[in-house]
Write a protein that binds this ligand. Structure first.
Ligand code: SF4
Length: 331
């Protein structure tokens, strides 16, 4: 069982990358040889170095840079964009920390932060501090899941659940293994994409201990996010009970291009990951400059359908506040 905590961090340790991520706009500009505008935002800059290394220096239009770069457009007036676009903050009482949007599934807001701050994040205004789970709260959640035999799947979301320690995740997996009516544990994460060595030996240890179906749903938006290092780390996750899926967000000037979306699907498949959803942007305040209209999104799917096999075409999906399932807009 996982017992040790490394005392001295080095750059082969994912904690080191978290600690040394870029948090200052001038520092980001220096690293990329560009001058960047600075403005006030309550959603801070956060860019880990392995992700930064995939950004082209001197290119203000780099699609990876655009995902993390705070821009003054975030502060402009945005009709139809809300602080809580999916009205999740009114659903977190059953019990605290758990969101039950869909029948048979329970989503736990397992962590209150991420390894990167994506400017279009639909939870960029989510009050994580009010939903922080103490060990007592975790026990209450486990008891709740045990008591509801209609639950088949537990979804760990966040923030990023892989920010939890491997010691904690090991214990959690052991507890969930003991709940007979659960069949599946799903983990929504972007952390291994931005810091690939998050897929460390301690993670593999609890992953191998899991007796349920295990599904990792990654968040990758652009083919440039997938490099050889990431492919090599992802290969460590492959095993009989583990499925690797990806969901992307459709983002203006980043991936709203059929060639980019096709290349993304092909690279994902080569890395052992199936494209799953292409999400329309959730209308969160501060993200209007990323918005791609539904009509354009459907045209894009039509174009990639013409060149890709069906299993590489993601479902175009949209979440609507209060609905019991996602709207699948187009296959
Ligand atoms: S990784 Fe996901 S939850 Fe975290 S900031 Fe990005 S979009 Fe939001």
């Amino acid at each position: 069982m996982i017992t040790s905590t490394k005392l001295r961090l080095h750059n082969e340790d994912w904690h080191w990358h978290l600690k040394n991520a870029i948090r200052d706009i001038n520092n980001l500009g220096q690293k990329l040889n560009i001058s960047l505008e600075s403005f006030k935002s309550d959603f801070p800059l956060l860019v880990p170095l392995p992700y930064l290394n995939r950004i082209k220096k001197g290119d203000l239009k780099d699609p990876l840079l655009l995902q993390v770069l705070p821009k003054s457009e975030e502060n402009s007036s945005q009709e139809g964009f809300y602080l809580d676009p999916l009205q999740e903050q009114t659903q977190t009482d059953s019990p605290e920390g758990l969101i039950q949007k869909y029948s048979g599934r329970a989503l736990i807001i397992a962590a209150g932060a991420c390894g990167i701050n994506c400017r279009y994040c639909f939870r960029r205004h989510f009050p994580y501090h009010k939903n922080k789970l103490s060990s007592t709260k975790w026990e209450e959640l486990i008891d709740y899941i045990k008591s509801d035999s209609s639950l088949k799947e537990v979804i760990l979301s966040g923030g990023d659940p892989l920010l939890l320690s491997d010691q904690f995740l090991y214990k959690l997996v052991v507890k969930l293994n003991g709940i007979n009516h659960l069949t599946t544990i799903r983990i929504h994460t972007r952390l291994p994409i931005v810091i690939p060595n998050r897929i460390c030996p301690d993670l593999i240890e609890w992953k191998n201990k899991c007796e349920k179906n295990l599904v990792f749903v990654f968040h990758i938006n652009h083919p440039n996010e997938i490099d050889d290092q990431l492919v090599s780390y992802l290969s460590k996750l492959k095993s009989n009970n583990t499925t690797l899926l990806n969901q992307s967000v459709l983002l203006k000037n980043i991936n709203n291009d059929p060639n980019i979306l096709s290349a993304l699907s092909e690279k994902l498949f080569s890395a052992g990951v199936l494209p799953y959803y292409l999400h329309l942007l959730d209308p969160v305040k501060g993200s209007a400059h990323f918005f791609v209209p539904l009509r354009e999104a459907k045209q894009l799917i039509e174009k990639i359908k013409a060149v890709l096999p069906g299993y590489l075409v993601p479902k175009l999906a949209r979440e609507t506040a209060g609905k019991k399932s996602k709207d699948i807009m187009y296959y």
